[in-house]
Design a protein around this ligand. Structure first.
Ligand code: UT7
Length: 348
C-alpha cells in the first residue's frame, strides 16, 4: 500500500470584490449584521459572463499541477467537487478534462456540497493507496453568484456565499509517516431539506400535481416551471440556526474521530483548517477543542463561504503564507448540506 501526499496545490478567486456595504445596494442588510453573525467582511464574485465553475477550477488546477512538477498530460484521474456545476449534466470534471487538453482519463463529479472537497480527497486517496493512479487532480470550485437571489427575501443565504476554486494534486509517497493519515466521511439525510435547492429536480411533479399548470398527460412533466421560478422554489433554502446547531456538534466529533483513529489528541494539531461556513462556528469549535488562535486558519472574512472550494482555498492560502511546515499535523474538517461531514488528517 502506498500513502498519498499533496504534491501541489493552487487556488483562484475572482477579481470582483463585494464588501458587505456593496450588498446593501441590493437588499436590506448591514455590514454590522453580517460581520457580527458570520465574520464575513467581503467576498469575490466571478465575472457574470466570462467565468464559470470550470474556468475558475482550471486557474487553480494549473497552479497545483505546475507546483506538483507535472503537466496536465500526466494527470490520470480527476475528482471534481461542486454544487454549482456549469451544466445540470454532464458534470464539470469532463469540461475540465477537455479544456485542459488532458488524456481520456476518468473524471468523477462529487456532490457533497461543503464536505465535497474532503469527500473528493478521500476518493482520490483510495486510488493512490491501491496504486491505481499516480497523479490525481482533486478540485473544489463554486460559482454561487449566478444562482443566488440578491433580494431581501434571500438575504440569510446571499450574504454568506462567495465564488472561487481550489485544487490539489495527489501523488503516492513511500514515506509511511507523512501524507494523508486518514479520512472520515459521514452523512445523515434526516434533515436533507433544511439546506437545499429543490428545483430543478426529478420530484418536480410532486410540487406541481395540484397546480393548474400541471400537464394533463400520462407521462412526463415539467422540469422547472415559471411558477417555481417566481415563487422562489428554485432558490437555495437554508434554515441557518438549525444548520448552525448541528455543525457545532459534528465538526468537533469528526475532528476527534480523526485524531483518535491515529492515536493523537487535540494538542497534536498544528493547524486546523475548517470549512469556512461561519467564523462563529470555527471559533466555537476552536474553543471546544482548546486550540490557540494560531492553530486554526480562517479566511472567511475575505471570501465568504465558498462551499466545496473553501477547504482547498484555505489550505493553499495557509501554506502560501508559511503557516504549514514539514512534519506539521494538519486537520481538514467540513460540515454542510445533506447533512454530510468529513475530516482528513495530514502529516505534512
Ligand atoms: O456551509 C454550509 C453550512 N451552512 C452553515 O453552516 C450556516 C450556519 N448558519 C449560520 O451561519 C447562521 O445561522 C446565519 C449566519 C445563516 C444566520 O445567523 P443567525 O444568527 O442564525 O440569524 P437568524 O437566521 O436567526 O436571523 C436573525 C434575524 C432575523 O430577523 P428577526 O426574525 O429576528 O427579525 C433575520 O430575518 O436576522 C435577520 N436576517 C438578516 N438581517 C440582516 C437574516 N439575514 C439577514 C441579513 N441582514 N443578511
Amino acid at each position: 500500500m502506498y500513502q498519498s501526499k499533496i504534491a501541489g496545490m493552487g487556488y483562484y478567486v475572482p477579481k470582483n470584490i463585494y464588501s458587505n456595504d456593496d450588498l446593501t445596494r441590493f437588499m436590506d442588510t448591514s455590514d454590522e449584521w453580517i460581520q457580527e453573525r458570520t465574520g464575513i467582511k467581503e467576498r469575490r464574485f466571478a465575472d457574470r459572463t466570462e467565468e464559470t465553475t470550470t474556468t475558475m477550477a482550471i486557474e487553480a488546477a494549473e497552479i497545483a499541477i505546475s507546483r506538483a512538477g507535472v503537466t496536465a498530460q500526466d494527470i490520470d484521474f480527476i475528482v471534481f467537487a461542486t454544487l454549482s456545476p456549469d451544466y445540470y449534466f454532464p458534470g464539470c470534471g469532463v469540461l475540465l478534462q477537455r479544456e485542459m487538453g488532458m488524456r481520456e482519463i476518468g473524471a468523477l463529479d462529487v456532490r457533497n456540497q461543503c464536505s465535497g472537497f474532503i469527500y473528493a480527497l478521500s476518493v482520490a486517496d483510495q486510488f493512490i493507496k491501491t496504486g491505481t493512479y499516480k497523479n490525481i487532480l482533486v478540485v473544489g470550485s463554486e460559482k454561487h453568484s449566478f444562482a443566488m437571489d440578491f433580494q431581501t427575501r434571500s438575504r440569510n443565504v446571499s450574504v454568506i456565499f462567495g465564488d472561487g476554486a481550489g485544487a490539489v494534486v495527489l501523488q503516492p509517497t513511500q514515506d509511511n509517516h507523512s501524507g494523508i493519515l486518514s479520512t472520515h466521511l459521514h452523512s445523515d439525510g434526516a434533515d436533507a431539506e433544511i439546506l437545499a435547492m429543490y428545483y430543478p429536480g426529478a420530484h418536480a411533479n410532486k410540487w406541481l400535481k395540484n397546480k393548474p399548470s400541471f400537464p394533463d398527460q400520462e407521462l412526463g412533466g415539467l422540469f422547472l416551471t415559471s411558477e417555481q421560478l417566481e415563487s422562489g422554489a428554485a432558490l437555495p433554502y437554508m434554515d441557518g440556526p438549525a444548520v448552525f446547531k448541528k455543525a457545532i456538534v459534528k465538526f468537533p466529533e469528526v475532528i476527534r474521530e480523526a485524531l483518535a483513529s491515529n492515536n493523537l489528541s487535540e494538542k497534536d494539531i498544528d493547524l486546523l483548517i475548517p470549512h469556512q461556513a461561519n467564523l462563529r462556528i470555527s471559533q466555537y469549535v476552536q474553543k471546544l477543542l482548546g486550540l490557540r488562535d494560531d492553530q486554526v486558519f480562517n479566511n472567511i472574512q475575505k471570501y465568504g463561504n465558498t462551499t466545496a472550494a473553501s477547504v482547498p482555498i484555505a489550505l493553499c492560502e495557509a501554506w502560501e503564507s508559511g503557516k504549514i511546515h514539514t512534519g506539521d499535523l494538519v486537520c481538514l474538517a467540513a460540515f454542510g448540506s445533506g447533512f454530510t461531514w468529513a475530516s482528513a488528517l495530514i502529516r505534512w
